[in-house]
Ligand binder design. Sequence first.
Ligand SMILES: [Zn+2]
Ligand SMILES: [Zn+2]
Length: 241
Amino acid sequence: MDLLMLGTGGGFYKKLYPNNALLDLNGYRLLIDCGSTATRSLHELGLSWEKDIDGVLVTHLHSGHVGGLEEIALDGKFKYKKKIDLFAAEDLLDPLWEHCLKGGTADGPSDRLDDFFNVKPMKHGETVSIHGMPAELVRTLHVPGKSSSGLRIGPLYYSSDAQFDERLLLELQERVRFIFHDCSLEPARHHASLDQLATLPESVQEKIRLMHYSDDPRRYLAHGRIGKMRLLEQHVRYSIS
Ligand SMILES: [Zn+2]
Ligand SMILES: [Zn+2]
């Protein structure tokens, strides 16, 4: 499988889009999150959601991760007559509809999320098959009290947005070959910081690729604490095998 980074930046930066990705699972194309800039990023790559996306997996409800779903819901229903799959933790589906999508999409009181998407609820910790690839949502801590998930799929763990969790990363590194992790340069309340990730053993750092960084990634390299980790680049396709 391979993974194309649609964005590698944090939520509110100006040059880079937020960390969203497009995973190609032997021809099944799965968006990992669909923030408000996702369809623009696809367009810049010569792609479009209606031709090139089969499903979307939602990790949590920040706009950098779900802000583009309204476009897909409305254009899908009324313009393209196309419903894509929507994977998410079962405890995220209600808030996704009630707090994010209903206001902008519902046409009447009976409309529901599955009028717009083929909804595929997932349970944290349970492995399912997505187009033949074993996939598991891992419960993470991002914003206290709110559902958030990382995705383990095949040889990859993708944190989306999460606080530093040493125990989880040590456990996961035995099961995956790549860890795509969000990272802030300065200590942050809701994200792992570079200094925290740099405390991990070098054998784990070697698997880590950093995303969700600021508009000037050179500062990370200049910081000198990047260790064996590497920065992901926006609009670059990575082979995951
Ligand atoms: Zn984010
Ligand atoms: Zn977030």
